[in-house]
Design a binder for this molecule. Structure first.
Ligand code: NAD
Ligand code: WQD
Length: 339
């Protein structure tokens, strides 16, 4: 019998790519999503890619009675909790919404996991938990930094909740994946990031600019202490990231965890500047990215990239795709959105 994995937020950007990789590895995927930041047609795209249609339930994970019904109907082998609000700027304007959605969804899941004796939970954490790092590359031993936003704070609290709950709930195993900067799309160009409204992240802004949906990219500062003056991030292909979730689930199901709560950086280990991203995009897609350098963006991290040794050694995972693959697939996906 195929193992059953519940994905909250499974029609979203990272969740949909993970659904595809799980199905490829023979898992049965059940998705809960309120479609607040995604669309139902993603289910059909997952089916097109994999030949299997995930079971879909539309509701808010904060809705305890709907979630209870789901736990009564299925015996889950594991859960991956993607559902969250993720816009940093919006979280500064509306912190209560972010604490409410991101934390109450986690609490509901943990209560029902305990009640129904479901053991394995993977959590979408973020490199944002480190704040502005003082040493690079960042290892998992780097302590949490000052949260740059309520959004970032919800990821720190989420991880703390998991840590403390695994100490008291003897059968719970939890594992956080601290994503660096996920970009790109599935090579089929059937699923990808679907920003609703104005995107805040670099790569969707680049693709929308080249598609003619905005006039130019604004590069936030070129006077940082970096080789070309622009800020540095560890961009990770979303397909590589999705595969890390499969490894995380396997680790739990095979009882390979050393601690009941574990956490891993998921990046390439390589930093790229904003200008390097633009240049890779231009070269691989044979196009120009119109841009203008403006002032620094308030609160931006100057430089961050991952030490991925722990994920390489213990999850037996490493990124296989490079910046060119990320930029090519991001553009192929954007072109389908313009059709
Ligand atoms: P996304 O918005 O594409 O996906 C999240 C999904 O959750 C969406 O489909 C949305 O409709 C759903 N959702 C939101 N609130 C819900 C609720 N209360 N009940 C049910 N469904 C709900 O975002 P993503 O980029 O796929 O991010 C997935 C996770 O990874 C999030 O937890 C995010 O914070 C985290 N993360 C994302 C990034 C990134 O840059 N994309 C980086 C680090 C961490
Ligand atoms: C990348 C680089 C910008 C837009 C965000 C979240 C963080 C985490 C990852 C979820 C930076 C520059 C951007 C633009 C630009 N997400 N840029 N012009 O800042 O690393 O972090 O995503 O957990 O919490 O804050 O990603 O894509 O916004 O920016 O020059 O129009 O691109 O300054 O150097 P960031 P980003």
């Amino acid at each position: 019998m195929a193992k059953k994995i519940l994905l909250t937020g499974g029609t979203g950007y990272i969740g949909s790519h993970t659904a595809v990789e799980l199905i490829h590895q023979g898992y049965e995927v059940i998705i809960v999503d309120d479609l607040s930041n995604s669309e139902y047609r993603t289910i059909k795209s997952i089916e097109k890619i994999t030949g299997a249609k995930p079971e879909f339930h539309k509701f808010d994970v904060r809705d305890f009675s709907s979630l209870t019904r789901l736990f009564k109907n299925y015996k889950f082998d594991g859960l991956i909790h993607f559902a969250a609000k993720k816009a940093v700027g919006e979280s500064v304007k509306n912190p209560l919404l972010y604490y409410d959605v991101n934390l109450n969804s986690m609490l509901n899941l943990l209560k029902l996991m305990e009640l129904h004796k479901v053991s394995n939970l993977v959590f979408s954490s973020s490199c944002t938990v480190y704040g502005q790092p003082s040493q690079l590359p960042v290892t998992e031993d780097t302590p949490f930094g000052l949260a740059e936003s309520p959004y970032g704070h919800t990821k720190q609290i989420g991880e703390d909740i998991l840590h403390h709950t695994t100490l008291t709930n003897g059968q719970l195993q939890a594992l956080s994946l601290r994503y660096f900067n996920p970009v790109g799309a599935h090579p089929s160009a059937l699923i990808g990031e679907m920003p609703i409204g104005v995107p805040a992240n670099l790569v969707p802004i680049i693709t929308q600019t080249v598609a003619g949906l905005r006039s130019e990219l604004k590069v936030y500062g070129n006077d940082y202490d970096t080789p070309d003056g622009t800020a540095i991030r560890d961009y990770i292909h979303v397909v590589d990231l999705a595969k890390a979730h499969v490894r995380a689930i396997e680790r739990m199901l095979n009882h390979e965890q050393k601690e009941s709560y574990e956490y891993f950086n998921i990046g390439t280990g390589k930093g790229s500047s904003v200008l390097e991203v633009i240049q890779a995009f231009e070269r691989i897609n044979q196009t120009k990215v119109p841009y203008q350098v403006i002032d620094r963006r308030a609160g931006d991290i100057v430089k961050i990239y991952a030490d991925t040794t722990r994920a390489n050694d213990e999850l037996n995972w490493s990124a296989q795709l490079n910046l060119d693959d990320m930029m090519r697939s991001a553009w192929e996906w954007q072109k389908t959105l313009n059709l």
